[in-house]
Design a protein around this ligand. Structure first.
Ligand SMILES: [Ca+2]
Length: 509
């Protein structure tokens, strides 16, 4: 696509705080030569690719690396995801941006890793700021219809952070994480308006948390119906659907019934604990949803015009189920809330018939901040804001020889005294707590991170420390002191906006 056919491109101003962050980095000489220099996504001419493909990004919630058949899961059936992988590309070394929901989604939507983005931990009262550069806004600027269906979690009702003030034309779902725990709430939001559901719960909290006493409408089913109807109404206009059902997150207010699902499906007769049967049924239900969305595309003749991506926001949880039962992290170490591989490495499947070569397993390491520049590139959208991502567009087109590699990937996390992690090449460094000594793992020979080899490679360990210290750009809310303090100390109000007004705490989002 040439520049001449992009008249609709809108240049978005960076939000002032983000711009300040990068200016501060530049002024402080913080960017390493060869390190993750924030890039600029643009659209290189490529006459061979379809013009303005539709994009569907399906985001599971707490689905582990090992929870899907094509990633080695033996008991839970995921035939549609397995087919999607056979018909597209299955990434083995793809990572979420965080080990819990909110920061992972913030990084996905803004193209910034957790050392730069505004929301770096769970906790109420954190809202994307007005004017934030989001994936939806970038695609909206390129003429796309944009929809978010499912869990949002980046803005409270009435705040600047709600999806319809962040680039989405259409929204149906949960705005806040606590509400999203509840699979049978009495209301959801369409746009900014509450819409009632037929579920009943006299004890429901004002934010929608709780467990229904009468369960009629299961929200993932409502989301699928809404998604199919929304796709059908687009009538030729390119669209971006961010589809984020909450499966298989637990309802943390449901005590012994955290894995809420209408029926056990094919698992009813299995000799497993009830909670495990329900988890399996949830994942297979999500898999069936993927199949239904692909069917919708086929029925509408849109399969070859649509890039479908599937991933998860963090590793598997221990909230009402034992992740070991299904080996939900596969051979990896750790789960949700760890920066070991099991907390952050996630399934990533891309399907776009005729463009993404079928049945491929790319040798490419990437993560959520890459999604914004990737989609900007494949849709011909332009965005001038800095990003920590690297477009994996070449890999999607089967042109791995043209693919740029990440100098390194970075994560930081604030619960439990904090942690940081870096991956470059096949090395993985983890610091726990936030400023603790570096543990070093060679993922090639030791993907389960069982042998700390820092003492044998002090040069690599030192480089890890340097990368972490330079990738972490502190803010009034998010800094080493925050990590050390845990939930005991209220943070000062950030002087430059409403990115977060409450102390980050160990929440269940
Ligand atoms: Ca999650």
């Amino acid at each position: 696509m040439s520049a001449a056919v992009r008249p609709e491109v809108t240049r978005r101003k960076m939000p002032i705080t983000t711009r300040k962050t990068f200016l501060r980095q530049a002024a402080g000489g913080l960017l390493l030569a060869g390190a993750a220099t924030p890039g600029r996504a643009s659209a290189p001419p490529d006459a061979t690719k379809p013009q303005k493909p539709n994009v569907i990004f399906i985001l599971a919630d707490d689905l582990g690396y090992g929870d899907v058949g094509c990633y080695g899961q033996a008991k839970i059936k995921t035939p549609h995801l397995d087919r999607m992988a056979r018909e597209g590309a299955r990434f083995t070394d793809f990572y979420a941006a965080s080990t819990v929901c909110a920061p992972s989604r913030c990084a996905l939507l803004t193209g910034l890793h957790t050392g730069h983005c505004a929301i770096r931990g769970n906790g109420a009262g954190q809202n994307l700021r007005a004017g934030e550069v989001t994936l939806a806004r970038v695609l909206q600027g390129a003429g796309y219809a944009t929809s978010c269906i499912g869990k949002w979690g980046l803005g409270d009702p009435g705040s600047s952070g709600v999806p319809t003030r962040q680039g989405f034309d259409h929204f149906f779902g949960y705005l806040t994480h606590g509400h999203a725990h509840n699979y049978y709430p009495t209301f959801l939001y369409r746009g900014e308006k509450r819409v009632p559901l037929r579920n009943e719960n006299p004890n429901e909290k004002p934010d929608g948390r709780g467990q229904a006493t009468r369960k009629v409408e299961y929200t993932p089913d409502l989301f699928l119906r809404e998604a199919r109807e929304w796709i059908e109404t687009q009538k030729g206009k390119p669209f971006f659907l961010y589809y984020a059902p909450t499966i298989p997150h637990g309802n943390n207010e449901a005590r012994s019934n955290e894995m809420e699902v209408p029926d056990l499906g094919i698992y009813a007769g299995e000799p497993w604990p009830d909670a495990q049967k329900r988890k399996a049924a949830m994942i297979s239900r999500l898999d069936a949803q993927v199949g239904a969305l692909l069917d919708t595309l086929r029925t509408l003749g849109l399969e070859e015009k649509t890039l479908v991506l599937f991933s998860s926001d963090n590793g598997p949880h221990r909230e009402g189920v034992e992740p070991e039962f299904f080996d939900s992290n596969g051979q990896l170490r750790g789960i949700k809330r760890d920066l070991y591989e099991g907390g952050i490495r996630v399934p990533m499947i891309a399907r776009w018939p005729g463009v993404v070569p079928a049945g491929t397993v790319p040798n490419h390491t990437g993560y959520f901040p890459d999604v914004l520049p990737t989609l900007a590139e494949v849709t011909g959208a332009q965005q001038d804001a800095p990003t920590d991502g690297v477009s994996f567009g070449p890999v999607l087109r089967g042109q791995s020889n043209r693919q740029r590699r990440h100098p390194f990937l970075y994560w930081e996390f604030y619960e439990r005294g904090g942690a940081r992690a870096v991956r470059f090449e096949n090395w993985k460094g983890v610091r726990r707590p936030f400023d603790g000594p570096v543990e070093l793992y060679d993922l090639k020979s030791d993907p389960g991170e069982t042998r700390d080899v820092a003492a044998w490679h002090p040069d690599v360990a030192r480089r890890m420390t340097a990368l972490m210290d330079k990738a972490h750009v502190p803010t009034p809310r998010w800094n080493a002191e925050t990590a050390r303090a845990g939930r005991k100390r209220p943070n000062p109000e950030p002087p430059d906006g409403d990115a977060g007004r409450s102390q980050p705490k160990e929440g269940a989002a």
